[in-house]
Structures are given as structure tokens and as C-alpha cells.
Design a protein around this ligand. Structure first.
Ligand SMILES: NC(=O)c1ccc[n+]([C@@H]2O[C@H](COP(=O)([O-])OP(=O)(O)OC[C@H]3O[C@@H](n4cnc5c(N)ncnc54)[C@H](OP(=O)(O)O)[C@@H]3O)[C@@H](O)[C@H]2O)c1
Length: 302
């Protein structure tokens, strides 16, 4: 059920984004000529690889990943059919575009470790929350090309929301390549680097907020007598359907809300409870706190 909703959602968002905005995934567009590598094949690293392969942007033979965990390497190799290695340098030697997806706290030593293999010839794409381009560039050869990206986890189902910013030496082709990778599994929007902490607070961390909201909606259903199974299916479909409607209609969210809120009806009673509980302020606080945490990680705080 959840899988079918995911598939329906990504199909819908692709169709919508391609037809309405022209910034949708790259299905049907040219495959990447470059080879892609991921250093750190954890949650987001492997999600990006899944997204790229599913979108048909790269063949399995064009892709390599490294990770310290043997178990993880084996499972990624089995699932995606790509080359894996414990050696980060080997990823850089093989790939033209290297996606660095290790935790921000260990980013500096890993960047130093691969600096020689990268040189100026390879493009480094960092997805680490908070870590500024200048800090990465300072640990690399002079002239090294770096792009900083903030993806989010729904890229695994082709419905990711990512932003990216180029470093001092990244050229237009580098940005175009990164844009096509990100657009292959959702939307990828260029922004100035100074906005990437805010992007982290909103879309980078946002899926967890939405999962919590869906779970809360289902809990509410259980509280008023629905089975867990039915409540969860209804909660998921409600969030999926509402997001799809907002995307496809292009209407202001306030207008969409007013259209389903009758005077003296059930929805206004529910909305009153949400407003009284400070939902809007709480969600805004979540984005603010996550943005601050991203800024703190960027300053090297653990
Ligand atoms: N998860 C998200 O939704 C998300 C969204 C946007 C950005 N990001 C960013 O993506 C990065 C990775 O996050 P994640 O959630 O994917 O973390 P994760 O699941 O822990 O993945 C990181 C992987 O890197 C491995 N690793 C550790 N040291 C390594 C080394 N020296 N060389 C190669 N691999 C190494 C880890 O292995 P061990 O676990 O064995 O140490 C782990 O498998 C972070 O910088 C985060 O800020 C994540």
C-alpha cells in the first residue's frame, strides 16, 4: 500500500513538474556520460544512487560506491548491482563526479584523504549538512571543483527536493551536471550558498516532520475508533492527495483550505484545535531549529 502510494506520488509529481514547470526528472533525457561515485553509501548516499539508476541517468557499470561498513557495501552491491569498495580513493580514481555523503563530523578527514585522487579533474559534490564550500575547498588542491548540495530522502522514490550551489571553481557544465542528477529524482533548484542551511531546515529535514504529522494523523484516527491499518492508509493518502492537489492546482494554500472549510462545520473545528495548539508556530520553530543546527555543524560543533 505504502509502496503504491509512493509510486503514484512520484509518477504524479514527475508528470506535473515536467508539464507545468519544466524542472522535472530527466527520464527520456540524455544519460550522463560521466561516471558517478559515492563516498559513504549510507541512507542518503545509497538513496541518490538508487534515484540515479532508477531514473536511467546512469548505467550500473558507470557507478561505484565506498563505505567503511562491509555489510552495507554488500547490501548496496546486491541491491543495485554496482561496484563497491572499502577504498575511498578508488572511488575518486574511477568516477568523474564524486558524491561525498559521510556525516559532517568526519567530513574534513575524508576530504583530506581523497584530495590527491580528486585533483582538479574530478568534480566533488558534498551533501553534508552545514559544511561550507570554503571549508571543503581549503582541504583540496588549488582550483578543485566543488558543488554543495542539500538533497532529501524522498529522492529514493523520484520525489526528492534538492538545492545546490557551486564553489569558487565550479563551472557552468559542473552545475548543469549536478542539476541533471538532482532533477533525475525530483527537483533540483540552484540557490546561493548562504541559503543552504535554511534549505536543510526545510526540505532536508522536512520529510521527518511530515512522517511525524502523518503518524499523528493516524494516531488521531485510532483515538476516535479506527483500526491502525485503516487510519494509516487514510493518513498517508490524505497527505499525498493534498500535496498533489496543491502542486497541480497551483492555488494558494489558504484558498484551498477555505474551499474545504464550511461555516460551523467539522473542518473548522479541527483547524481551531491545530491553531490553538500552535501548529504553525511549532512547525516554523522546527525549521528554525534545524537551520540553526545546520549552521552549528558548519562551524565544526559536534
Ligand atoms: N539522511 C538524510 O535525509 C540527509 C539529507 C540531506 C543531507 N544529508 C547529509 O548526508 C550525509 C550522510 O547522511 P546519512 O543520513 O546518509 O548518514 P549515514 O546513513 O550514517 O551514512 C554515512 C555512511 O558513511 C559511512 N562512513 C563513515 N566513515 C566513512 C569513511 N571514512 N569513508 C566512507 N564511508 C564512511 C558510514 O558508515 P558507519 O555508519 O559504519 O560509520 C555510513 O554508512 C550527512 O553529511 C548528512 O548531513 C542527509
Amino acid at each position: 500500500m505504502i509502496r503504491s502510494i509512493q509510486l503514484a506520488f512520484h509518477a504524479c509529481s514527475w508528470e506535473y513538474l515536467v508539464s507545468c514547470r519544466g524542472v522535472g526528472p530527466s527520464w527520456g533525457k540524455a544519460m550522463l556520460k560521466e561516471k558517478i561515485g559515492v563516498v559513504g553509501a549510507g541512507k542518503i548516499g545509497s538513496a541518490i544512487l538508487r534515484g540515479v539508476i532508477r531514473a536511467g541517468l546512469a548505467r550500473k557499470q558507470q557507478v561505484i560506491a565506498s563505505d567503511v561498513s562491509r555489510v552495507l557495501r554488500q547490501s548496496v552491491a546486491k541491491e543495485l548491482g554496482i561496484k563497491v569498495t572499502p577504498n575511498n580513493g578508488q572511488v575518486c580514481d574511477f568516477a568523474d563526479i564524486v558524491i561525498l555523503a559521510v556525516k559532517p563530523q568526519i567530513l574534513d578527514p575524508v576530504v583530506k584523504e581523497i584530495a590527491k585522487n580528486l585533483g582538479k579533474a574530478k568534480l566533488l559534490v558534498s551533501v553534508a549538512a552545514g559544511v561550507p564550500l570554503s571549508r571543503i575547498e581549503n582541504n583540496l588542491a588549488k582550483g578543485a571543483r566543488v558543488v554543495r548540495v542539500m538533497p532529501n530522502i524522498p529522492c529514493v522514490v523520484g520525489a526528492g527536493a534538492s538545492c545546490y550551489a557551486g564553489g569558487a571553481n565550479a563551472n557552468a557544465r559542473d552545475l548543469e551536471r549536478v542539476g541533471s542528477i538532482l532533477n533525475s529524482f525530483g527537483i533540483g533548484l540552484p540557490v546561493e550558498e548562504k541559503y543552504l542551511d535554511a534549505v536543510t531546515g526545510l526540505s532536508g529535514s522536512g520529510p521527518a516532520y511530515v512522517f511525524l504529522f502523518i503518524e499523528s494523523l493516524a494516531d488521531g484516527g485510532v483515538q476516535v475508533g479506527l483500526s491502525r491499518d485503516v487510519a494509516l492508509k487514510l493518513a498517508l493518502q490524505t497527505v499525498y492527495g493534498s500535496a498533489r492537489m496543491a502542486l497541480e492546482s497551483g492555488k494558494h494554500l489558504g484558498q484551498l483550505r477555505d474551499e474545504v472549510t464550511s461555516p460551523g462545520g467539522t473542518t473548522i473545528a479541527g483547524l481551531y484545535a491545530l491553531e490553538k495548539g500552535g501548529m504553525r508556530g511549532t512547525v516554523m520553530q522546527a525549521v528554525l531549529q534545524a537551520t540553526k543546527r545546520s549552521q552549528a555543524l558548519g562551524k565544526g560543533e559536534s
